[in-house]
Design a protein around this ligand. Structure first.
Ligand SMILES: [Zn+2]
Length: 69
């Protein structure tokens, strides 16, 4: 994996345009998204598959049925 700066990312927003989905300009991967929580605190959602030396198998999985929410 090559680590690059923000200039190598592009941003996509949709719906209410409150979350900035950051994509690599070269390969299209989504390493993270940025936004704010309901109280306005800046937050980010990181694609853990983009992290080096991360043991993905050890992350607990919680299934959520969005259809029944
Ligand atoms: Zn890339």
């Amino acid at each position: 994996m090559k680590v690059t700066g923000e200039s190598e990312l592009t941003t996509y927003t949709f719906n209410k345009h409150v979350i900035k989905h950051r994509f690599c300009k070269h390969c299209g991967i989504l390493p993270f998204g940025e936004g704010a929580d309901p109280k306005g605190v800046a937050t980010a959602a990181i694609n853990i598959r983009c992290l080096n030396d991360f043991e993905f198998e050890k992350v607990p999985v919680h299934h959520y049925d969005g259809k029944k929410a």
